[in-house]
Design a protein around this ligand. Sequence first.
Ligand code: CUA
Length: 371
Amino acid sequence: MLTLQTNLIRAGAFLALCFLITLSCDASASAFAAAEICAPGTAAAASSTAPPTVPTILPNIFDPHGPPARMIHDLSWLVLGICAGLFIVVEGMIFYGVIVYRRKKNDKSKDEPRQVYGSNPVEIAWTIIPLLIVFVLTLTTVRTIRSIELTKAPEGALNVVVIGHQWWWEFRYLDDSFLGGEVIVANELHVPINRPVWLRLESADVIHSWWVPALAGKMDVIPNHTNYTWFNAESEGLYLGQCAEYCGNQHAGMLLRVVASKPAEFDAWLQTQIAPAVNDASVAMGRDIFQEYACSNCHTVKGVSDGQFAPDLTHLMSRQTIASGVTPLDPTTLKAWIDNPQALKPGCNMPSLQLDPQELDAVTAYLLTLR
Ligand code: CUA
């Protein structure tokens, strides 16, 4: 009897542990991303430079702001609810058995309790109930997946190609309506609210994963394979996200920012991105250095250089952050970044060009004009 009780307690403890692990894995997925994005140094990037009118929306699967995220949120609660119900019933029966049928103090008998073998009603019940539960979970999961994983762009969608790089994001706006001009930006995706956004996901190197939890679920970004996903931001905000597939040294420094604004504000932003690069004669020295040194091999500034390996800098200063969301973009951080990128983002693919102080000031001054 003692062995039976011990085993029951062990079984109960094991079940409780399993349930807690499942619960924490589901819930902590978003908390984990939030912790990474809000780590010291990046929290500043998230809040201090955001326009005051646009709230920052943290990566939290329990705070959905659009249809795919909401469907995932609802399904998560259904699954958690059913699992919690099962947990309470099973644990309750275990504790009832352990407490009510424990050996009483004055019970000196050496006989085992009456053993019961086989009961058709009980066996039918514990076969049918789990079958029904699995059936419900399967149907709701399949229905949710079918609603989220569309095979073609939603009506009236904004089309954007997302290219994952070690360790930054490239966004190419390809709609015909953009005056025929291809708009290429890095790390900060601007979209209008209440309009579906259809993303074509590609990778330049290794497997990454697109994840902005408040807008939609994860989708892998795979080399030589195109995936698609979509979202529809229902409220204005700066939505934070994170590459969700380990992709090397700076995986944690591959942050995502989606700025959702009113259509008119989005159009205004788009016009600034379509415009050619500012050509300011007062920073000609910096521009010459940019062109002559290795900068131009990797970075595009429309009309100046056409490097493809690194972010397009044509309108660099229209962004709030640098190094894929790692730090806010201002004259100080920009200069520090050009001087030695490895100090800010160890392992990143941008080398220090060992510029002398005069050259460094000139290149920084030039980049600061690229609004
Ligand atoms: Cu890209 Cu992790």
